[in-house]
Design a protein around this ligand. Structure first.
Ligand code: FAD
Ligand code: PHB
Length: 390
């Protein structure tokens, strides 16, 4: 098989890249080791920055997003039994849209299928070869047969546990890591949201987040231990704990319902530098992970893909590699700003050790200052809705 760009991974990064390249008449083959249903059903991100929304609409995959996406003009911060609103629209003129990552993936898969360009699920034993040459190759197994894709470029969009980043020669990559000493227990529930906007809460018993997917489905998270056993969290315990951490003195209560999914998400910061080796380019979680508190992961993947598309289009139009050479530095500048914001939100809203009253009171003071200062709220808001794409 021969193509211009071989894309490894059909998560948001790989699918978006394939679509944007298609719109610029650049050939690609997308390969994914999981089944299509698995990729679509995986419950993950939910908040899209305005830039990500604009990208989907401008590239013709925004119809369902425009119809079903929930525009949020602000978020709530809850502490000391009170809720305080951060007015994104008033402070920045921008909003975010709540639209599940699985819906994003569904929309891009539909666009790919409509384009009739190749997208292969359930491939295995994926390997990259000759990435420093002008003819890199991707080898894989499909239905017990061995295949080889010869291409100009390989896009490693295969997530944090993929094979592309480990294919960089040892010592070439500088990896920066931050482990957070807690995780999130996340649930999806069939229950109508009782708040129109997200609520991020710092409580003595720890962090909680109230989010949603639609008028009938809520998405909620609780801080827990990294090795937390889900079996120790029967549904009633989850609802009690959520109500304790999120409930406010004004009597606001969360609606309960049937829990349809439970999972523990580790919290990690990770950056690989550079995001390129030879003609192999990393994009999205393959190159960087942020803790989910700032809702940045999927949006960073979209920004990488936008830069990579731009660079590949410039290369095929003019033969110039300048933009490709700038790719990593351009992405990493944005990645580190998102890393900083996610770290800051995480640090402000999570209790790190066991009872440490000094830190807890300092965190409450920070939230109190933040929600009372237009300058501080603007700083949060402009990062949350997404910094401008340079
Ligand atoms: P992935 O989604 O991981 O996709 C990589 C794909 O590559 C997968 O389909 C995988 O199966 C495939 N793959 C792996 N190895 C191979 C191989 N060898 N061969 C072929 N294919 C392979 N982000 C936000 O922006 N907002 C949020 O609100 C948010 N909330 C989150 C909540 C949770 C609980 C979690 C876990 C994450 C959240 N994120 C959020 C982060 C977001 O989900 C990720 O950043 C996003 O999925 C990154 O997309 P990606 O395409 O780079 O990687
Ligand atoms: C979600 O809805 O899944 C979500 C929202 C905000 C976050 C993280 C996850 O910060």
């Amino acid at each position: 098989m021969r193509t211009q760009v071989a894309i490894i991974g059909a998560g948001p990064a790989g699918l978006m890249l394939g679509h944007l390249l298609h719109l610029s008449n650049i050939d690609s083959i997308i390969i994914e080791n999981r089944a299509k249903d698995y990729v679509i059903e995986r419950v993950r991100a939910g908040v899209l920055e305005q830039g990500t929304v604009d990208l989907m609409i401008a590239s013709g995959v925004g119809d369902r997003l425009k119809r079903d996406g929930l525009r949020h003009d602000g978020v709530w911060l809850a502490f000391n039994g009170e809720r305080h609103r951060i007015d994104f629209l008033g402070l920045t003129g921008k909003s975010v849209v709540v639209y599940g990552q699985n819906e994003v993936v569904k929309d891009f898969i539909a666009a790919r299928e409509a384009s009739e360009r190749p997208l292969h699920f359930e491939v295995s034993d994926v390997r990259v070869r000759d990435v420093e040459s002008a003819r890199p190759k991707v080898c894989l197994q499909k239905d017990d047969d061995e295949h080889e894709i010869v291409c100009d470029f390989i896009a490693g969009c295969d997530g944090f546990h993929g094979i592309c980043r480990p294919a960089f020669p040892s010592g070439f990559l500088q990896c920066y890591e931050k482990d957070y000493p807690f995780a999130w227990l996340g649930i999806l529930a069939t229950a109508p949201p009782s708040s129109e906007e997200l609520v991020y809460a710092l409580h003595e018993r720890g962090f909680a987040l109230y989010s949603m997917r639609s008028a009938r489905v809520t998405r909620l998270y609780l801080r827990c231990a990294p090795d937390e056993k889900i079996s120790e969290w029967p549904d009633d315990r989850i609802w009690e704990e959520l109500q304790t951490r999120l409930g406010t003195k004004d009597g606001w209560r969360i609606n309960r319902g049937t829990i349809t999914q439970k999972a523990v998400t580790p919290m990690r910061g990770f950056v690989a530098d550079p995001m390129r080796f030879g003609n192999l380019f990393l994009a999205g979680d393959a190159a960087h992970i942020v803790p989910p508190t700032g809702a940045k992961g999927l949006n960073l993947a979209a920004a990488d893909v936008r830069f990579l598309t731009h660079a590949l289009v410039a290369y095929y139009k003019t033969g110039s590699s300048d933009e490709l050479n700038n790719y990593s530095a351009k992405c990493l500048k944005r990645v580190w700003k998102a890393q900083r914001f996610s770290w800051w939100m995480t640090s402000m809203l999570h209790r790190f050790g066991t009872a440490n009253d000094f830190d807890y009171r300092r965190q409450i003071a920070e939230l109190d200052y933040l929600t009372g200062s237009r300058a501080a709220m603007t700083s949060l808001a402009e990062n949350y809705v997404g910094l401008p794409i340079e």
